[in-house]
Design a protein around this ligand. Structure first.
Ligand code: HEC
Ligand code: HEC
Ligand code: HEC
Ligand code: HEC
Ligand code: HEC
Length: 155
């Protein structure tokens, strides 16, 4: 008798377990796509092209930091800009102040004088991109920042 009751209880428990599991599986809603900025963020013909959003923001790219972190590494948006723009973290406050640790010259120096990452936005000849300002009004010698004097102090 006890054996039969135990078998029944085991069967019922097993059934409940399976029922609970299958219920869990079917009741989970699919994760909604957040899609904060709309579609086609990378197509220059789209109204959502992300540089266009920057162009229309009062503080330019610095307005993106609110959600994407000051160094653009992700922030609350959990979406880093640096996976496509590895040197974008140079844009911290102090970037134009030679006395600051965030001065862009120090960043480039620490990065083995590698400037191709900057060129990807500020243009091959550093004259500025879609929204990125030119480097040439400060580095106004021939070849801009690549002029020998920029790093060697004199020709
Ligand atoms: C109010 C918060 C907020 C602000 C401000 C914001 N973003 Fe975002 N952004 C998000 C969130 C959240 C995501 C990720 C989820 C999604 O796609 O909706 C995202 C995703 C992105 C992506 C896609 C990244 C990827 O890895 O898929 C790009 C590109 C982007 N944002 C550009 C910008 C630019 C450029 C600015 C500034 C002009 C900006 N965002 C400002 C919240 C924000
Ligand atoms: C993802 C594109 C992008 C990359 C990569 C990039 N920049 Fe920029 N940079 C910008 C934008 C956009 C601004 C203007 C900031 C704003 O929106 O107000 C800017 C501004 C600057 C400024 C300030 C110029 C001024 O006149 O105010 C300096 C200096 C600068 N960048 C240096 C660099 C250096 C050095 C690198 C490479 C190590 C670099 N940037 C890489 C987009 C970029
Ligand atoms: C999935 C890769 C990807 C991500 C993520 C991404 N970008 Fe871009 N970004 C691009 C591409 C590709 C371009 C060039 C578009 C073109 O020139 O047609 C671009 C262009 C830009 C430019 C314009 C440079 C110029 O010409 O002046 C800026 C500024 C910029 N991105 C900033 C950001 C910021 C800020 C974020 C994060 C909030 C971000 N990007 C995230 C791929 C990305
Ligand atoms: C608002 C003016 C200004 C802008 C814009 C600017 N720079 Fe500079 N940059 C300076 C000053 C000032 C120095 C320091 C010169 C010195 O130390 O004598 C400097 C230093 C440098 C150095 C020297 C690094 C070293 O110490 O050896 C490089 C390389 C450089 N900048 C590249 C760039 C690039 C690339 C851009 C554009 C993306 C840019 N700069 C935009 C003002 C500017
Ligand atoms: C973006 C920064 C940068 C620019 C621009 C630059 N250099 Fe240099 N150069 C360096 C660095 C850093 C070294 C030291 C490399 C080392 O010690 O490994 C160097 C080393 C040299 C050396 C070897 C010096 C020695 O004692 O071994 C010569 C020669 C030289 N550069 C010439 C030039 C000339 C000519 C130009 C302009 C056409 C120029 N450089 C532009 C950063 C720069």
């Amino acid at each position: 008798m006890t054996k039969i009751v135990l078998t029944y209880i085991t069967l019922i428990l097993a059934f409940l377990l399976v029922a609970a599991c299958s219920e869990l599986n079917t009741d989970i809603p699919s994760v909604p796509k957040i899609n904060t900025h709309g579609d086609s963020l990378y197509s220059s013909t789209s109204k959502n092209f992300h540089p266009k959003t920057i162009a229309n923001s009062p503080n330019g790219m610095y307005d993106c930091s609110e959600c994407h972190a000051a160094d653009f590494s992700g922030g609350t948006a959990k979406a880093g800009c640096n996976k496509c723009h590895p040197t974008i973290n140079v844009h911290l406050s102090g970037i134009l102040d030679p006395a600051s640790n965030n001065f862009h010259g120090k960043y480039i120096r620490n990065d083995q004088w590698e400037m191709s990452g900057c060129q990807s936005c500020h243009a091959e000849n550093y004259s500025g991109g879609y929204v990125s300002p030119t480097c040439l009004n400060c580095h106004n010698n021939a070849a801009g920042p690549e002029n020998c004097t920029t790093c060697h102090g004199s020709p």
